[in-house]
Write a protein that binds this ligand. Structure first.
Ligand code: PMP
Length: 374
């Protein structure tokens, strides 16, 4: 099997799984129980939370556990808008966002909020002049991903954060789901950030929401204290400890892993660019882990299944964007409807080998010839 869909999800690493199993077996008490088993669990939760906070460069009291980035994004967007709606009703985002940002925003639009999509430069990064033009006294939230899931566009988060400091009524939310473990993330000027552990070899079913201490939100899920009052439910200690482990492993080897992926990306991109019908949709602002492309004249789904028949796995759009084939993100960057209808994504990992890419390219060549003839 050749797995090239690491941005959809990653396999849990052995060490992380070991932590999950060990904590499940040895820490049976509820973190919030008063007896000694609870106290033992609470200690581990606090230690894991301190570790996660330190790795993200924030304080322990700024960490909220969720079921994943989808819940995190919904909590941030709905939680800020319900609490601060008296300040204003305007939100700014981009056309590159994941459904878990776009869908709560459309929901809020029906409730009377105004949503603006900031213009993008040719390489897909935010046009800062246009962002300035869009910001008004009514703007209460700017919400976007530091790395977009379909095209891997890396946004200038620090610059945007600095700019937004001049607008103290406006909160800045960054979805760092596709950044963690791939590129450095600086949350200094960010008010809220969201992530999912399963994107960096952690377990599925847990995410982290960073909410800076000076920011308030209305919880999405009520039900008493968990690790915080912002998201109720018995703390999932094995998932929390496993997340701390996965995050440490991800951050430990960031630079060497990045260089490995960069080399593979360059090799792959050079090979794919030789085909006259292949268009690379990722830009020079895309991180090397994500390579988005279209083949003119071939349906992306057909090509995905043709590769799958040879045990090679890639994706069409992001795994969660349902059956709507048209990619708003690819359209926003390429301004080409044909590319937007046929986009595919290869996502690479430090686990990917040159041998795997060679096999992929051989099969790619066979399949593109076969399907072009049809
Ligand atoms: N945001 C981004 C940028 C993503 O790539 C994803 C997952 N594809 C999500 C949010 C949602 O993550 P999850 O499905 O783990 O909730």
């Amino acid at each position: 099997m050749i797995y090239l869909d690491y941005s959809a999800t990653t396999p849990i690493s052995k060490e992380v799984l070991d932590t999950y199993v060990k904590v499940s077996e040895e820490f049976i008490g509820n973190v919030n129980s008063l007896h000694s088993l609870g106290v033992k669990s609470k200690k581990l939760e606090e230690q894991s939370t301190r570790q996660i906070a330190a790795l993200l460069g924030v304080n322990s009291n700024e960490i909220i556990y969720t079921s994943g980035a989808t819940e995190g994004n919904n909590t941030v967007i709905k939680g800020i808008c319900s609490l601060y709606k008296n300040r204003g009703n305007h939100i700014i985002t981009t056309e590159l966002e994941h459904e878990s940002i776009l869908a709560p925003l459309s929901y809020l639009q029906k409730e009377g909020f105004k949503i603006s999509y900031v213009k993008l430069k040719k390489n897909g990064t935010v046009d800062l002049d246009n962002l300035k033009e869009l910001l008004t006294d009514e703007t209460i939230l700017v919400s976007l991903a530091s790395v977009s899931s379909e095209l891997g566009i890396l946004q200038p988060i620090e610059e945007i954060g600095k700019l937004l400091k001049e607008y103290p009524k406006c909160f800045f939310h960054v979805d760092i789901t596709q950044s963690v473990g791939k590129v450095k993330v600086d949350l200094t000027d960010v008010d809220l950030a969201t992530l999912s552990s399963h994107k960096f070899y952690g377990p599925k079913g847990i995410g982290v929401l960073v909410k800076k201490a000076n920011v308030n939100i209305l919880p999405l899920i009520h039900g008493g204290k968990s690790t915080t009052n912002y998201r109720s439910g018995t703390p999932a200690l094995p998932l929390i400890a496993a997340t701390a482990k996965a995050l440490r492993l991800a951050m430990d080897n960031l630079d060497t892993q990045y260089q490995h992926v960069l080399k593979l990306n360059q090799y792959l991109k050079a090979a794919l660019s030789k085909y006259p019908t292949v268009h690379i949709n990722s830009t020079d602002a895309s991180i090397p882990h994500i390579l988005n492309f279209s083949i003119v004249g071939i349906k992306s789904e057909t090509f995905l299944h043709a590769l799958e028949s040879e045990d090679i796995f890639i994706s069409t759009r992001s795994a969660c964007s349902g059956h709507n084939h048209y990619s708003m993100a690819v359209k926003a960057v390429t301004d080409n409807i044909e590319y937007s209808n046929a986009s595919m994504r290869i996502s690479l990992s430090y686990l990917t080998t040159k041998e795997e890419i060679d096999v992929f390219l051989k099969v790619f060549d066979e399949k593109i010839k076969e399907l072009t003839l049809k």
